[in-house]
Design a protein around this ligand. Structure first.
Ligand SMILES: [Zn+2]
Length: 150
């Protein structure tokens, strides 16, 4: 899969987002996205080390984005946006009707590398264009370095 194709797909996915909140607020973006898609989108901080940092699933009526409750600030926003990319691109739609289904699916249903790269690029791109408040501390600073965005 060539770079150009990935680039075009990234542009299309970013264009599916509603206007970014100013100042930046990932929860507000999710509310706007839910309104735009006329479909509930719920954010759930969870404390479950067995799961990856973030997870998206579709319960048939609503979309859910789970993220580790210990993850905050820039890193949390990055995780949430990564999952939103999978949601918008309909990567391997996972339907989970119970929490057990969800955990089982999460263990089995891995996205392919290209989808993962696309989701990472999407999250970085959105955070780059968002007007974020100044960084608060060392942890956020480190997250910025790890994720390579300004
Ligand atoms: Zn992913």
């Amino acid at each position: 899969m060539g770079w150009r194709r990935t680039h075009d797909e990234l542009d299309e996915l970013v264009a599916m987002l509603p206007p970014l909140p100013e100042p930046w607020d990932v929860a507000e973006l999710c509310r706007r996205l839910a309104d735009q898609r006329k479909r509930p989108l719920l954010l759930h901080p969870i404390d479950l080390p067995a799961l990856p940092f973030g997870l998206w699933y579709d319960d048939g009526e609503r979309d859910h984005v789970l993220y580790r409750s210990g993850v905050t600030g820039y890193h949390r926003d990055h995780v949430v946006l990564h999952e939103i990319c999978h949601l918008l691109a309909r990567h391997n739609t996972t339907r989970a009707f119970t929490f057990e289904d969800l955990v089982e699916n999460a263990a089995r249903n891995r996205f392919d590398t290209r989808q993962e790269e696309l989701a990472e690029m999407f999250a970085s791109r959105v955070l780059k264009s968002a007007r974020r408040p100044a960084p608060v501390g060392e942890v956020e600073q480190r997250a910025r370095e790890v994720f390579g965005t300004v």
